[in-house]
Write a protein that binds this ligand. Sequence first.
Ligand code: ATP
Ligand code: LTN
Length: 333
Amino acid sequence: MDKKTIFSGMQPSGAITLGNYLGALKNWTTLQDEYNCLYCIVDMHAITVRQDPTQLRQSSRNLLMQYIAAGLDPTKNIIYYQSHVPAHAELAWILNCYTYMGELNRMTQFKDKSKSHSDNINAGLYTYPALMAADILLYQTDLVPVGVDQKQHLELSRDIAQRFNSIYGDVFTVPEPYIGKVGAKIMSLQEPVKKMSKSDDDINATINLTDDPATIIRKFKRAVTDNLAQVKYDEIAQPGISNLMAIYSAITGDSYESIQNEFEGKGYGDFKLRVAEAVISELEPLQQRYKQLSADKNYIDTIIKENASKANYLATKTLRKVQKKIGFPPIVR
Ligand code: ATP
Ligand code: LTN
């Protein structure tokens, strides 16, 4: 009853990557006993970039199964689609009216995506953070486990919550970010100064959770490094090697120092292969569970239905409170 609440989400904008897994999903699985957790598939956020309908439907279902395959128990956590809970859109509209354009103009994700999707800089892409704030605030969330790239959005969510509370009293819990120590920012294997991103067009830049062992080995072999011939953590001088060390450390739990010692005097080939092997064995159980889940349509459908109903119940409670505070007329039954 008195457990704290956790909320997080991922966009079904493609196959999820090792970055999503190490930066977010893996951490989520460690929190499920201690907290009341909601893990959303944020399909409404995904359409801020143009999506193919058939692919979006498939990616959304795949993502839900990957949450479960990674170890999230759907009876302990509320795992659901954002579009199945209308309160997200309703609260987002309200929060849009408490968010300044000056704040949205500063968001680096908006700036980045405006560059990479310059033919479709739509209003949804711009007001994306107000929807994200709605996701979080609807559930009176205490903690939000995300990768470091989402910190700025989270700070804005806090500002919006505080602004609203200062006008209307304590309506929202003000959420705190929860960012893991390792794995918080996994970089592209091809351009290690850029984050690994599931919507990257270069297939060699990302490891997908469903990649088979041969593909994983091939991608790590091709990973961009340097000619300094030393396994040493230095993000500036050796971004590629540092990224491989971050991946290895996030999986094995080994410190950078011990990784440095382990591979002292060894070539990059050896190191890359060890990283690939660690990733393969980390992903193997997940891939097996994913296969089983894909074959059990009824089980997945039941989860979708039951969890959406739980989320709807909780979200509506907060939404009604907000509507009342701002002066919307009560619903007459
Ligand atoms: P897209 O490429 O479509 O923008 P994305 O790969 O950035 O997607 P999101 O759905 O936006 O993924 O993010 C899901 C979660 O994964 C977030 O908590 C985010 O912080 C985390 N995350 C995304 N990329 C990385 C990364 N490279 N390293 C660590 N965490 C990441
Ligand atoms: N913006 C996030 C996805 C996201 C999210 C959220 C994360 C949408 N709503 C609420 C945490 C809490 C992203 O791009 N990774």
